[in-house]
Design a protein around this ligand. Structure first.
Ligand code: FDA
Length: 427
């Protein structure tokens, strides 16, 4: 026994929510679209989990951060899906998919058939066990990928006031969580495998600015080492972490942010996989013509750079979702996806955005000393390819995004440094 839909989205995260909105804009009929999610709630803006959700006072809670509030669209509450005739199957895992026969089976044993499938299964947090460290199921060891993780972390924060937290990893999860822990009056030590925070994106100069600020807030950094084991009490709670460099750090709470892996196992052997994600074309269409992939799980052609990439950022989840729905519902009107990579983060009172590619030579500009508006340009083969900006206005972010997309020629690096942010206004 089972149901049939024209369109099925597997996964109910950011990309699924934005796809649902786009389906309604393109005129989906009642009963045609179904979203299946193993989370118990309707799609929400995942980035809120490490920011507003962890605030000590007046924390953000659902329904206020359901999609698509992040792009100033409507808030898609469960009522919205009902009113738009969209079947929301929550708390239900898709256990298997037959991409060729256009069927899937859920954890309740139901078989669902579809004409088009959109894969929006996102990613999972990498576990310490995958690096040979045991004990990450202890109640005071927290990961952060979904709402249940965030609930668990918020509870652990409450019971660790004035205590010690160790944050493993200096990516955006580590940086945002460390700031939230400080705001919750917890002493934080960050353990970084590399030489500085946000190692994949930040230059040493950018990283030094933020690290100095964190240190001013009492955060300690231990760099160039990794966690090797935990110490436990008789209740199996972690009491300390042991590091490879011999350090032992007392811990009431451990937050682990060491990377993610896309959820692609349902499709291995059925669809072409590239760079760890599901390979799609410029319409977000996989190697099976009825199956599309969006968000963290998709490896897509970045037209601007002529190469295939997988991006783990919310802006891409939103825009790839819109593009896939448009390609499915209005194929003749939908051109190639021409996406400029965009990534942002917020911690303490800081807020930055990055556009483009962080390769080539770097030029820094702006007021690093005052910590107000500052940034960096990346220049490759005589063209501007990337721009980072802290503390910009909405208009300034729009300007740098447009300029970066155009890849303007840069002939004189010193001149670029002198012009600073003004350069993008002249493009
Ligand atoms: P997403 O993970 O949102 O959704 C996937 C959904 O599929 C989940 O609901 C999952 O449970 C479900 N699922 C998986 N397998 C399933 C199955 N077999 N059956 C049913 N359901 C299944 N980005 C950024 O640019 N700036 C930022 O500041 C942040 N901040 C941030 C904070 C935190 C805490 C996280 C975890 C992530 C961010 N991100 C971010 C990244 C951003 O949130 C991420 O890129 C998007 O959520 C990706 O959207 P997707 O829809 O692809 O996956």
């Amino acid at each position: 026994m089972g149901r049939a839909f024209v369109y099925v989205i597997v996964g109910g995260g950011v990309a699924a929510g934005y796809a649902a909105l786009e389906f309604t804009r393109k005129g989906v009929s009642d009963g045609e679209l179904c979203i299946i999610s193993d989370e118990p709630v309707a799609p929400y803006e995942r980035p809120a989990l490490s920011k507003g959700f962890l605030l000590p006072e007046d924390p953000t809670r659902l329904p206020s951060f359901h999609t698509c509030v992040g792009a100033n669209d409507e808030i898609l509450t469960p009522k919205w899906y009902k009113e738009h005739g969209i079947e929301l199957v929550l708390g239900t895992r898709v256990k298997s998919v037959d991409a060729r026969r256009l069927t899937l089976v859920t954890s309740t044993g139901e078989t669902i058939t579809y004409n088009f499938l959109i894969i929006a299964t996102g990613a999972r947090a990498l576990k310490l066990e995958e690096f040979g460290v045991e004990g990450s199921d202890a109640e005071n060891v927290c990961y952060l990928r979904d709402l249940s993780d965030a609930d668990r972390l918020a509870t652990a924060i409450q019971s660790s006031s004035n205590g010690n937290a160790v944050v493993i990893g200096g990516g955006y999860i580590g940086m945002e969580c460390a700031a939230s822990l400080v705001i919750n009056k917890i002493n934080v030590t960050m353990v970084l495998a590399g030489a500085h925070c946000m190692a994949r994106l930040f230059t040493p100069k950018i990283a030094t600015f933020y690290e100095d600020y964190y240190m001013g807030k009492g955060v300690k950094f231990i760099k160039g080492t990794v966690l090797t084991s935990f110490e436990f009490d008789s209740d199996k709670k972690v009491t300390a972490v042991n590091l490879k460099d011999g350090n032992q750090l007392p811990a009431d709470l451990v937050v682990v942010g060491i990377g993610i892996r896309p959820n692609i196992s349902l499709f291995e052997g059925q669809l072409i996989i590239e760079k760890g994600g599901i390979k799609v074309n410029s319409q977000m269409q996989s190697s099976e013509s009825s199956v599309y992939a969006i968000g963290d799980v998709a490896t897509f052609p970045v037209k601007l750079y002529g190469e295939m990439r997988r991006l783990e950022h919310v802006d891409f989840a939103r825009k790839s979702a819109r593009h896939a729905v448009s390609a499915i519902m209005e194929p003749e009107k939908t051109g190639e996806f021409d996406y400029l990579p965009c990534f942002y983060s917020r911690f303490f009172a800081f807020s930055w955005q990055f556009y483009g590619d962080h390769v080539g030579e770097v030029v820094h500009f702006g007021e690093y000393d005052e910590g107000k508006v500052f940034g960096a340009y990346w220049v490759k083969e005589g063209h501007l390819v990337g721009c980072f900006l802290e503390g910009g206005t909405k208009e300034q972010y729009e300007t740098i995004s447009k300029a970066t997309q155009l890849k303007p020629a840069v002939t004189d690096m010193e001149e670029l440094e002198r012009e600073g942010l003004g350069f993008t206004q002249t493009v």
